[in-house]
Ligand binder design. Structure first.
Ligand code: IDP
Ligand code: MG
Length: 167
């Protein structure tokens, strides 16, 4: 099995329900390594880029609002990268099916997910589905120096930036 990297998000419902510890405990069953972790405020731009493959779905607008935390008054997610052999499938298996009602009862989504009366699948966790998605998502959510391994090729460029500093 190849060494892989996968992007995991604990979604706003997972945070509001105080499930972070429970979900990390479930993920530790995979024996994978955490390569990066940070709290992220999710802009509409980031949300739409993350879910761009679903932009023609009828639930797209609600999905964007969901991941931006608009249904939970909490505009943040916990973003992490897990690394190891077969990481993508190992994490997907423990997450369970997309539809929380169809997910295995003891998977993370089976245990903690729900479908709202509006029809949004609030399934507590995101995990990359395949190596191409993982690369797109990891590069979208993280900069190379935020990850403790070299996951994809990098280059050094000169940039002129404005940075916010302590006043
Ligand atoms: P995944 O998260 O298992 O990879 P995707 O098809 O990529 O599933 O969908 C992304 C997210 O969109 C899901 O996790 C879920 O929150 C939401 N979603 C997917 N399909 C539906 C649907 O049919 N109705 C409502 N929400 C959905
Ligand atoms: Mg997906």
């Amino acid at each position: 099995m190849a060494r892989e990297h996968t992007l995991i998000l604990i979604k706003p419902d997972g945070l509001v329900k105080s499930l972070t510890g429970n979900i990390l405990t479930r993920l530790s069953e995979t024996k994978l390594e955490i390569a990066a972790a940070k709290m992220v405020r999710v802009s509409r731009e980031l949300a739409e880029e993350h879910y761009k493959a679903l932009k023609d779905k009828p639930f797209f607008e609600d999905l964007i609002k969901y991941i931006m935390g608009e249904f939970h008054e909490r505009n943040k997610v916990l973003a992490m990268i897990y690394t190891g052999e077969g990481a993508i499938k190992k994490v997907r298996d423990i997450c369970g099916a997309t539809n929380p009602e169809e997910a295995d009862a003891i998977s993370i989504r089976g245990q903690y997910g729900r479908i709202t009366t509006k029809g949004v699948y609030e399934n507590a966790i995101h995990a990359s589905a395949n190596p191409a998605d993982a690369e797109h998502e990891i590069k979208l959510w993280f900069k190379p120096d935020e990850i403790i391994f070299d996951v994809y090729p990098t280059k050094v460029v000169d940039v002129k930036i404005k940075e916010r500093v302590w006043a």
